[in-house]
Design a protein around this ligand. Structure first.
Ligand SMILES: [Cu+2]
Length: 500
């Protein structure tokens, strides 16, 4: 019988059995030597590891023995980010963790069907959904002993609602997106084994990255790939991310996982995935082995569609009709074809690096002559009418080659309309920045690239009708960002992509 992962707030009282046994199991796994596979710290190091950081924060003693280097090379620092392996690798990893915790729960006299709870921060029906579940904030357990679910280095307690919205994420129809195109799909771009690729899939960018950064804050475990899995809340967050993959697959029969061998077989060139069960023996953990959660031994209590079946096209029509109240309807027109039959086109870019610090940074993206005119047709009512096939063009803003020293930063991004009004187009979290900026890393330190779809803003601000030769973009820090971390955006680009 498959065990059922349930939403943490639906389990009732703060110290319900599931949460209580989770805490008890951590007390069992936590003190085990880091050389032992079935230990709290070994499992966390499989995600990512930094000896100095661990020592600084008291998770490792200075002279403490580590596993032999060859073993570390095979099992530690495996986390897949900025990759189409993001979802399946974390699924295999979570399942291993759940089985090991489950075995500890059983050995301690608990139930034999313990399942990892998930945290659905995007819930519309739970008024507490945005708050860290209370058991993770309590200093002590009901018996008065120290609570292992509480960690000092977690500085966020509440999430922003707009950071956990799922509209764009779940209404996209592609797992992979377009190679080198602006839209990386729901699951991420094609990569090899990738500790941090430059662009990310939609679910990874949000809510995944932003929840990491908001919960962690500066110096918090959740803000760094090297520390995140030491925080017990990490596993509930990732269980929800894993659930969203199921929600996406279920909400539309056209939504499919990649069928390509390179995805199904996992990475074969640089490194392979190495994951084990409670017996510490390796088990098959490539994407093809994690396609069915039921076969892996677990299901979710709820995989219903929070968007209630709404399609991207439909949402866009609703946006269009809403904006019609305040703006005159765009004239009818035809979008120009993409050059050379391509699927996307560069419409403009800025020409210098931008430093991100404690103050708002502003950049001007120079546009090709009258480039947005080609979009006019996209925003006409005809193009969105139910009997017109396909979907109009979409517009994406890309912040490319972001590099720097601290990945805890969160920024809100705005574009300025022709009348001077600013419109929010989304938020970015720099989770994984250190790894993506490191020379000698998997992609030579080119940094992170963040993509925001700004189609709605182009529509609402009627940018397509304006005689624009540049687009003003503001990047506003929402968190504590320091100048000395030298965070820089290499370039900002604007793309249009055919709606297909
Ligand atoms: Cu994560």
């Amino acid at each position: 019988m498959a065990r059922t992962r349930r939403e943490i707030y639906s389990l009732g009282e703060t110290w319900n059995d599931t949460v209580l046994w989770y805490a008890k199991a951590i007390k069992e796994l936590g003190p085990r030597p880091v050389t032992r596979k079935a230990s709290w710290r070994y499992l966390a190091a499989m995600h990512d590891f930094d000896r100095d950081q661990w020592i600084d924060l008291g998770y490792l003693a200075a002279g403490e023995a580590l596993p032999p280097q060859a073993e570390q090379d095979a099992y530690w620092k495996q986390c897949q980010h900025g990759s189409w392996y993001f979802l399946p690798w974390h699924r295999a990893y979570l399942s291993s963790f759940e089985d090991i915790v489950g075995a500890a729960v059983k050995a301690l006299g608990g139930p034999d069907d313990w399942a990892l709870p998930y945290w659905n921060y995007s819930s519309q029906s739970n008024p507490s959904a945005l708050n860290v579940p209370p058991a993770f904030l309590a200093r002590t357990m009901p018996d008065g002993s120290a609570n292992p679910l509480f960690v000092t280095a977690r500085f966020g307690r509440t999430l922003n609602r707009d950071s956990v919205q799922l509209d764009t994420q779940l209404s996209d129809g592609d797992f992979v997106g377009i190679d080198d195109g602006p839209d990386a799909g729901v699951g991420g771009p094609r990569t090899i084994f990738m500790d941090h690729g430059d662009t990310e899939g939609l679910i990874e960018a949000q809510p995944h990255d932003i929840v990491h950064g908001q919960l962690g804050g500066r110096g918090g475990l959740m803000s760094y790939t090297t520390l995140a899995a030491l925080d017990p809340i990490f596993w509930l967050h990732h269980a929800n991310i894993d659930r969203l993959w199921e929600v996406w697959l279920k909400r539309d029969p056209a939504n499919k996982n990649p069928a390509e061998a390179d995805w199904l077989n996992g990475p074969t060139r640089k490194r392979r995935f190495a994951i084990f069960g409670p017996d510490e023996k390796d088990r098959a953990s490539n994407p093809q082995d994690v396609l069915s959660t039921e076969k892996m031994g677990y299901i979710y209590d709820d995989t219903s569609d929070p968007l209630k079946g709404i399609t991207r096209r439909r949402r866009r029509l609703e946006d269009f009709l809403a904006h019609r109240q305040t703006f005159t309807i765009a004239e009818e027109g035809r979008p120009q074809a993409m050059p050379a039959g391509g699927k996307f086109e560069l419409m403009g870019s800025n020409d210098k690096k931008i430093a991100l610090g404690p103050e708002t940074a502003t950049a001007r993206v120079k546009l090709a002559p009258r480039p947005l005119e080609s979009l006019t047709g996209s925003f006409s009512s005809t193009a969105l009418r139910a009997d017109t096939p396909g979907e109009p063009d979409r517009v994406f803003l890309r912040l490319e080659n972001i590099s720097g020293k601290d990945g805890s930063g969160i920024f809100d991004v705005f574009v300025r309309g022709p009348d001077g009004e600013h419109m929010p187009v989304g938020s970015i979290s720099l989770f994984g920045l250190e790894r993506a900026s490191a020379r000698g890393g998997s992609h030579a330190g080119t940094g992170l690239t963040k993509t925001l779809e700004i189609t709605k803003a182009v529509d609402a601000l009627h940018l397509n009708k304006a005689d624009l030769d540049e687009l003003e973009v503001s990047i506003v820090p929402r968190s504590d960002v320091r100048k000395e971390d030298q965070i820089k955006v290499g370039q900002i680009t604007l793309y249009r992509q055919s709606g297909g």
